[in-house]
Design a protein around this ligand. Structure first.
Ligand code: NAP
Ligand code: ZN
Ligand code: ZN
Length: 315
């Protein structure tokens, strides 16, 4: 059992609580960026002892037997038995409840260790925003010699910038917010492109190897596809409410439109260890239970620098 201290506020909490993805199970307790201390351990637990700092991300169980689960990609469980940390049902059919709370109980196979040198509150967003950007950047071999775009400077986007920069790629941020340009450069962007300026896309057509789209609202994907080189990839991690329209002409240049969902437990631990080695955490604003609604409204207005973390001891 983990005594929860901190929980990051992900835009997915808002999408799901407001049933924007049509899959809400109420009553819902959101929160899947959980950091706390181990309060109790079962008799068979070997990885953790009482008092350790531990973390839970977006999943707490899966079938553990299919090819994806065996490959350590439990989020893609082929039997559809991934148990998400909240808004999901466990193997007994009970609703799972997330990190905007006091305690969480999970099998140690789905519990992560946070490197001791990292600030626990600022580590919480690594559990979703961190792994969701780390995993596709690794999968598509982002590194030196590659030109990489990150679309949207929110919770996911700012972690995408940090990782792409740490992996050595030439990193470009696309933002709708002029006020974020200076911060983006400090966070790891080599270039920042303001997508509200007339004709911004033409100058960059056909020049990107990989673009990671972290946008939570409807926007035109055809423009981003036009920025890819032949064989380049646009990977969606943002999940807007409505489906996107794609013109066939946008992908005829042998371009790839793909997507990625969080990351497996093994890779999440690898990401946390990488963050420990490179001193990477999230840039956070702390908030309290009485201000959660205000925090959500600011997330929707793209007005957070760059992830809210709930102090779960604030009740
Ligand atoms: P966030 O903090 O709200 O960031 C989203 C960013 O998108 C904003 O900061 C803004 O960046 C940009 N944006 C917002 N509205 C826009 C619009 N109308 N047009 C263009 N850009 C706009 O959200 P987040 O927590 O990072 O999550 C982002 C998305 O990823 C959400 O849909 C979330 O559900 C999803 N998600 C997916 C996974 C997965 O496994 N695939 C995991 C976690 C989250 P600028 O101000 O820079 O333009
Ligand atoms: Zn999330
Ligand atoms: Zn499985």
């Amino acid at each position: 059992m983990i005594d929860i201290q901190f929980c990051g506020i992900c835009h997915s909490d808002i999408h799901q609580a407001r049933n924007e993805w049509g899959n809400a199970l109420y009553p819902m307790v959101p929160g899947h960026e959980i950091v706390g201390t181990i309060a109790k351990v079962g008799s068979k637990v070997t990885k953790f002892k009482v008092g350790d700092i531990a973390a839970i991300g977006c999943m707490v169980d899966s079938c553990r037997e299919c090819n994806s689960c065996k490959d350590g990609e439990e989020q893609y469980c082929e039997r559809g038995e991934t148990v998400f940390t909240y808004n999901s049902k466990d193997k007994q059919g009970n609703l799972t409840w997330g990190g905007y709370g006091n305690h969480v109980v999970a099998d140690e196979a789905f519990v992560l260790s946070v490197p001791k040198n990292l600030d626990p509150a600022a580590s919480a967003p690594l559990l979703c925003a961190g792994i969701t950007t780390y995993s596709p950047l690794k999968h598509w071999n982002v590194g030196p010699g590659k030109k990489v775009g990150i679309v949207g400077l929110g919770g996911l986007g700012h972690m995408g910038l940090k990782f792409s920069h740490a992996f050595g790629a030439h990193t470009v941020l696309f933002t709708t917010s002029a006020s974020k340009i200076d911060d983006a450069k400090k966070l790891g962007a080599d270039e920042v492109i303001l997508t509200k300026e007339e004709g911004w896309a033409a100058k960059h057509a056909g020049s990107f190897d990989f673009i990671l789209d972290c946008v939570s609202a409807d926007h035109d994907l055809n423009t981003y596809l036009s920025l890819l080189k032949r064989d380049g990839t646009l990977c969606l991690v943002g999940v807007p409410e409505k489906p996107a329209a794609i013109a066939a002409f946008s992908v005829l240049g042998r371009k790839h439109l793909s997507g990625s969902m969080i990351g497996g437990i093994k890779e999440t631990q690898e990401m946390l260890d990488f963050c420990g080695q490179h001193n990477i955490v999230s840039d956070i604003e702390m908030t309290t239970y009485d201000k959660v609604n205000e925090a959500w409204e600011r997330v929707i207005k793209s007005d957070v620098k760059y992830r809210f973390v709930l102090d779960t001891k604030s009740l």
